[in-house]
Design a protein around this ligand. Structure first.
Ligand code: ATP
Ligand code: PRP
Ligand code: MG
Length: 299
């Protein structure tokens, strides 16, 4: 049974968005004990219920107000919005947060042996895709007359099977395209996972809960991009050390027992390319350089 006082969140049951969404919920303190085949899961410590569905269903569930929140890829969200707009159905939602997983792009790819001359190459062609609305919007923007052939899976084999001249599908590393003898030619949409909320007002209690989770989510995402760094540095190079560590304007500086020339520095830095920076710090005469992950941040 679903209780309407509990926050309802739709997540992909299995697939590319599943781990990222579940990890984020766990990180903000919402616990579940999931039994595999259950469509609905109740949190064991928060007033939250999960609806575990195919990602295709998530935009509609949010837009129809069946769930309060949903984790979804922007590609699927935008496609479903266009589809529902065309069908005269409600297509509103609020984006609460762009997330740090599910990054991919929707691209047009054609067989490697074909010579691509630019978007005009597509004129009169058939392009297989799971995203016909996004593709047709692109054709329209480019003023091209071409047709989208809808396929729900195995899109990348369509040209070889003689079903289409090219494809429009999601690309991340490009390995799937390469394995199928296809080359990426146009990126028509860039996507990440997002957390969305239904457009109509939630009860005050539910909205407060959502806001609390959002603050925590920001803390978790910020922590992932930051590192806690400890090192010993000669006093003479303090300014150079600070400039090497972005976000470390006000480091903690501690004396070292029995060593007046050196200090210990503790900083939270947003530096990500870390090996190169560590090597530069060492070249400045720094030692005992420790880089620690941060789990959560607040304030
Ligand atoms: N290669 C990729 N790298 C990163 N993110 C991706 C990749 N492929 C897809 N995604 C993102 O993850 C979402 C879900 O992809 P997935 O392949 O799991 O979907 P699906 O096969 O449609 O699953 P479902 O069974 O839920 O319908 C995509 O809509 C996209 O936003
Ligand atoms: O550029 P790449 O890194 O190769 O990634 C692209 C592939 O990833 C996705 O499929 P997924 O692997 O999720 O399987 P699915 O098609 O069964 O959903 C997408 O549909 C592409 O086929
Ligand atoms: Mg799907």
């Amino acid at each position: 049974m679903i209780d309407s006082n509990r926050l309802r969140i739709a997540v992909q049951k299995s697939g590319r968005l599943c781990d990222g969404s579940m990890d984020l919920l766990k990180a903000v303190g919402v616990k579940f004990s999931l039994r595999d085949r259950l469509l609905i899961a109740h949190s064991t410590n928060q007033p939250v219920d999960l609806l575990r569905v195919r990602d295709d269903d998530i935009p509609g569930l949010v837009m129809d107000g069946v769930v309060d929140l949903g984790f979804i890829g922007e590609n699927e969200l935008e496609e479903k919005m266009l589809e529902r707009q065309a069908a005269g159905k409600s297509s509103e939602y609020k984006v609460l947060e762009r997330l740090d997983f599910g990054g991919c792009r929707l691209s047009i790819a054609i067989p490697s042996e074909d010579e691509y001359t630019g978007p005009e190459w597509l004129e009169g062609k058939k392009i297989a895709t799971t995203y016909p609305h996004l593709l047709e919007r692109y054709f329209k923007e480019q003023g091209i007359n071409a047709s989208a052939v809808m396929l729900n899976g195995s899109v990348e084999v369509a040209p070889r099977a003689g079903l289409a001249d090219g494809i429009c599908d999601l690309v991340s590393t490009g390995a799937t395209l390469e394995a199928n003898g296809l080359e990426e030619k146009e990126v028509i949409f860039k996507s990440k996972a997002v957390l969305i909320q239904r457009a109509d007002e939630l009860s005050d209690t539910k909205q407060l809960l959502v806001n609390k989770y959002l603050t925590r989510m920001n803390g978790v995402m910020q922590a992932k991009e930051s590192k806690y760094i400890m090192l010993h540095a000669p006093r003479t190079v303090l300014d150079q050390v600070k400039s090497l560590l972005p976000g470390a304007e006000n480091p903690t500086i501690l004396p070292l027992a029995g060593n007046d020339e050196q200090v210990a520095i503790h900083v939270v830095s947003t530096e990500t390319l870390f090996w190169e920076t560590m090597e530069k710090l060492k070249a400045l005469g720094c030692s005992s350089i420790l880089v620690l992950p941060i789990e959560k941040m607040l304030g």
